[in-house]
Design a protein around this ligand. Structure first.
Ligand SMILES: *Cc1c(COP(=O)(O)O)cnc(C)c1O
Length: 392
């Protein structure tokens, strides 16, 4: 047998033995609090649709209207002939939303992160990343050729000592704003101070903060009133609270101009469909105007945390829509997820290598789309399944 195929078969066998074999479930409905899978209706507590916008009729209408003028495909990359008026308006609106000079739309968050880090640093430079950063940030740092240092999660003393030992002049510090698998926040004001003391640029990927945090949904930057000099490079994604698809980078004029010239994952890829840009513009409007969505989400978070405290369920310390319930071993996490599934509740188990060894978990996520009674259903089923698992 071919050497590569042998290796693949070994990998698959190993994944099965470790209870880490990943499989996909087929959705037969729109994203929302209630979804259909195999003809069954399930209550969904694992999407990133935090504000309940993914299937909002106004987004659909905006997309359909744009599709009737622009068609579906964008036809080319932005620099050739794929940059439409909808993309451009979205960029202007995003810049205003973030309080930055300019913004640049990327096709996905993964591509934005890899593209930006590679455009900013290279051989001879240094990049510092929180060890729990999103995979795309870590991959961006590793592929850049810059000296790559990972600091302990949210440990600024560790970062400070790495910066002190660093001889490179060009230094980039990179952090999630809200950590995607733990739900906790980065200490951004302190990170920004440390970065400026040490002559480093700070890049924040606020994929899970935008829409949810800040009075107007401006994310962690708004929450802590962080300016362009505090955080010169901001990344946001549309696939989470905005309910659409794609991503953006916001910052100063020089940054954005340089990314257009040199970010390879911007240049060498097809522009997102203009209809998606149009839907995202509509979403941006709703995020700003419908503050009640953030309020409902806040209330749900508070109620879930109170419930878990009273039942002795070990939630991580998080105040965001991401509420991880750490089980520990892979098989236990998988079993808890299956028990809930049998009772009509969908919460995916997250296992290594996505999270560190021994911290397999259910990544519960809350949404403004959930009703109070749906939340109560979660509480009932969660406590029944937890007992069945032999916890508490
Ligand atoms: C989801 C996510 C991304 C990737 O964004 P996509 O648009 O889904 O590729 C990047 N960073 C963080 C922190 C994320 O959670």
């Amino acid at each position: 047998m071919n050497q590569i195929e042998t290796r693949l078969l070994e990998l698959l066998e190993q994944r099965r033995q470790q209870q880490r074999y990943r499989s996909r479930r087929e959705l037969g409905s729109a994203q929302g609090a209630l979804v259909q899978v195999d003809g069954r209706e399930l209550l969904n507590f694992c999407s990133n649709d935090y504000l309940g916008l993914a299937s909002h009729p106004k987004l659909r209408e905006a997309a359909v209207a744009a599709m009737s003028s622009y068609g579906l495909g964008s036809g080319a990359s932005h620099l050739v002939c794929g940059h439409s008026r909808e993309h451009h308006l979205l960029e202007e609106e995003l810049a205003a939303f973030c309080g930055r000079e300019r913004a640049l739309v990327f096709s996905t968050g993964f591509m934005a992160n890899v593209g930006v880090i590679n455009a900013l640093v290279g051989r001879g430079d240094a990049v510092f990343e929180d060890r729990l950063n999103h995979a795309s940030l870590l991959d961006g740092g590793l592929s850049s050729g810059a000296r790559f240092s990972r600091y302990r999660h949210n440990d600024l003393e560790h970062l400070r000592s790495q910066l002190q030992a660093c001889e490179s002049a060009a230094r980039l510090i990179v952090s999630d704003g809200v950590f995607s698998m733990d739900g906790d926040e980065a200490p951004l004001p302190a990170l920004a101070r440390l970065a400026s003391e040490r002559g480093a640029w700070l890049m924040v990927d606020d994929a899970h903060g935008f829409g949810c945090e800040g009075e107007n949904g401006g994310g962690m930057l708004e929450k802590y009133a962080l300016t362009s000099s505090d955080v010169p490079v901001v990344v946001g994604t549309f696939g989470k609270a905005f309910g659409t698809f794609g991503a953006f980078v916001a910052g100063g004029n020089t940054l954005i101009k340089a990314l257009i010239q040199s970010a390879r994952s911007y240049i060498y890829t097809t522009a997102m469909p203009p209809a998606l840009a149009a839907a995202t513009r509509q979403s941006l409007r709703l995020v700003g105007e419908e503050k009640w969505r953030r309020q409902v989400l806040r209330d749900h978070i508070r109620r879930l945390r109170e419930f878990c405290r009273s039942e002795g369920l070990p939630l991580l310390d998080s105040n965001t829509a991401i509420q991880p319930l750490v089980v520990g071993d892979d098989a236990g996490a998988q079993r808890l997820s299956e028990l809930l599934w049998q009772r009509g509740i969908w919460v995916a188990a997250i296992r290594p290598p996505t999270v560190p060894e021994g911290t397999a978990r259910l990544r519960l996520t809350l949404s403004a789309a959930h009703s109070d009674s749906q939340l109560e259903r979660l509480f009932d089923e969660l406590s029944a399944c937890w007992k069945q698992l032999g916890g508490a």
